[in-house]
Design a protein around this ligand. Structure first.
Ligand code: FAD
Length: 555
């Protein structure tokens, strides 16, 4: 890809508006990105438009778990659990650098909703539904072992616990790599382009009307036989703009996460417990040398563009945390970052927010516009397949078979499992004399392409400097993000190509300035633009932390 913003984006815009497509996908979250990649792998002529940055919606705000949905067992949804656990095992192979097994500890107290034996039985079923394949099977832990493994856990009434396995990922990068792979397979992807309308010919969709959000007033037409709307919380608004009637109606619920320094919440395994306030499941998850806590689940009519953690959200999670970890002196002042997202759930009345189904639905408008809503990150490939099959009658016939069934994700290369990943970390560490944390971070982020990122630093040794020491992110990654990963702004780089925005807390300004200076060289930014990018990012952080600092969220 050409290193110049204007150049690659201009090329994509010109190509996008000149060609004729089999399919245009609206929405570059995990759902749209999965459909885009699947369509490209089947050889369809496909384009993707995203109004923000890729993954800037809900798909960068999840709990980052690729999971079988243990709690669905409570409702006897065995089929759903089987499907999700099987897919999790597949993703641990096809995207092994990004989807990594993680042990979960489930402490059980006398006052817990379910006794130990009952949960033990549930986890037996959970293991059985993946035919005991893949990760190790669960096991019981005596009280003493649990207290050793979970420092600070409430011991009062603790009877023991269980350890089972699910997987952790980076939702943002999982989404991004689907987009990049779709592009590598011949698709066209454009960020900051909004779908604003559709044109019909003889009662069939003929083109999608789009607006370039980086060049006010610039509009274009993408000629296509079919459109798939995968617009997450923006589904209803997008369907309205495109003239779709009777599409899915949503009940978006808000979920918030808090980020703590690992030193304040020292865990190397995740902990799952229920909140004392309303008995909802919440997680404490080790994540990038930090620990995240989440999530809330509340009905939220807020504008999806402006959703942030409020003081009430922070208080809810802090109360749950302090209840279960009474020995740890945790303060809101420890919080490094937050994120808040809206689950694009299907409308369901008469149940609490946390009981709304996580299933997805596909609506087919006979004129060639298909809308998908609901679902979850874990099953995005299966949702994409089903969605393309639902759109089959508008696509070239016969529809080629599932193109990504066994296709590894973009940066995975030769990394196929835990062992290969560890071997690659060791190899890079020795070959390039890297710190373990740097080698691990690079492999977990770029898989077998980590070496290509390092190659930038051999051309310019200053790129080997960490951007925000002691975090292992290198300056080379800023350049890589611009040249190879379609990053256009400082926010794209520090919130979604790497995650420093969420990890460095009050020390954000210095790395932001360093990264902006690097981007300026790549993208010919003048000093005013650099200043604007830095200010915008610091304002965004102030909004994210307003609920923590007790300041009103700036409008
Ligand atoms: P989004 O990611 O929101 O993508 C939709 C995109 O469409 C947006 O980027 C938006 O900008 C774009 N768009 C909208 N309108 C237009 C338009 N007109 N033109 C162009 N672009 C447009 N799932 C799991 O499997 N595991 C988890 O651990 C998990 N945890 C979660 C925790 C929380 C707090 C939340 C909120 C969700 C969680 N989920 C989890 C669910 C999962 O994150 C979502 O189901 C998934 O990310 C939704 O992806 P999406 O692509 O449908 O929506």
């Amino acid at each position: 890809m050409n290193p110049n913003e204007a150049s690659w984006r201009e090329q994509a815009w010109s190509r996008g508006t000149a060609e004729e497509y089999d399919l245009v996908v609206v929405g570059g979250g995990i759902t749209g990105a999965g459909i885009f990649r699947d369509a490209a792998a089947r050889g369809l002529r496909v384009a993707l438009v995203e109004q923000g940055d890729f993954a800037s919606g809900t798909s960068s705000k999840s709990s980052k778990l690729v999971h079988g949905g243990l709690r669905y067992l409570e409702n006897f949804e065995f089929g759903l659990v089987h499907e999700s656990t099987t897919e999790r095992t597949r993703l641990e192979r096809l995207a092994a650098h990004l989807v990594r097994p993680l042990p979960f500890l489930m402490p059980v107290w006398k006052a817990s909703k379910h006794p130990l034996w009952f949960l033990d039985m549930g986890l037996f079923v959970y293991d059985a539904l993946r035919w005991f394949r893949g990760d190790p099977i669960h096991r019981r832990l005596p009280r003493g072992e649990l207290t050793r493994q979970v420092p600070g856990i409430r011991t009062d009434g603790l009877t023991g616990g269980l350890r089972y396995y699910d997987a952790v990922t980076d939702d943002t990068r999982l989404t991004l790599e689907n987009v990049l792979d779709g592009v590598a397979l011949g698709g066209v992807a454009l960020s900051r382009v909004r779908a604003v309308g559709s044109r019909f010919q003889e009662d069939r969709v003929a083109a999608l009307e789009v607006e370039d959000l980086l060049q006010p007033g610039r509009k274009g037409l993408l000629r296509t036989r079919a459109v798939i709307v995968a617009a997450g919380p923006w589904t209803e608004a997008t369907d309205d703009a495109l003239g779709v009637q009777d599409g899915p109606r949503l009940r978006p619920t808000k979920g918030v996460h808090l980020v703590f320094p690992r030193s304040r919440l020292p865990l190397d395994q995740a902990v799952v417990a229920t909140t004392p306030q309303d008995g909802r499941v919440f997680f404490v998850i080790p994540w990038h040398d930090a620990t995240i806590v989440g999530t809330t689940d509340t009905d939220d009519p807020e504008d999806p563009d402006r959703v942030v953690a409020t003081a009430a959200d922070v208080e809810y999670l802090m109360t749950a945390l302090r209840h279960h970890f009474p020995e740890l002196p945790l303060e809101t002042g420890d919080i490094l970052g937050t994120w808040a997202g809206l689950r694009p759930l299907l409308r369901e009345e008469g149940v609490s927010a946390s009981k709304v189904s996580r299933e997805h639905s596909i609506h087919v408008d006979r004129r060639g516009i298909v809308t998908i809503a609901g679902g979850k990150l874990t099953t995005y490939r299966l949702m994409a397949r089903e969605c393309l099959e639902s759109a089959r009658r508008f696509l070239p016939s016969p529809l080629p078979p599932w193109g990504v069934a066994d296709r590894p994700l973009f940066y995975r290369g030769t990394i196929t499992d835990d062992q290969a990943r560890q071997d690659e970390i060791l190899r890079l560490q020795r070959l390039h004399r890297l710190d373990t944390a740097v080698a691990r971070h690079l492999v977990h982020t770029y898989g077998a392409s980590a070496e290509e990122v390092l190659a930038l630093a051999s051309e310019d040794p200053s790129l080997a400097n960490p951007l925000a020491p002691p975090w292992p992110v290198l300056e080379a990654e800023v350049v890589w993000a611009v040249r190879r990963e379609m990053a256009l702004t400082l926010e794209d780089v520090l919130t979604r190509r790497n995650l420093l925005f969420y990890l460095v807390g009050p020390s954000l300004e210095a790395p932001a300035r360093r990264a902006a200076a690097r981007m300026a060289l790549e993208l010919s930014w003048d000093p005013d633009r650099i200043e604007r990018e830095v200010t915008d990012l610091l304002d965004l952080q102030a909004r994210h932390l307003a609920g923590v600092r007790g300041t009103a969220s700036p409008a």
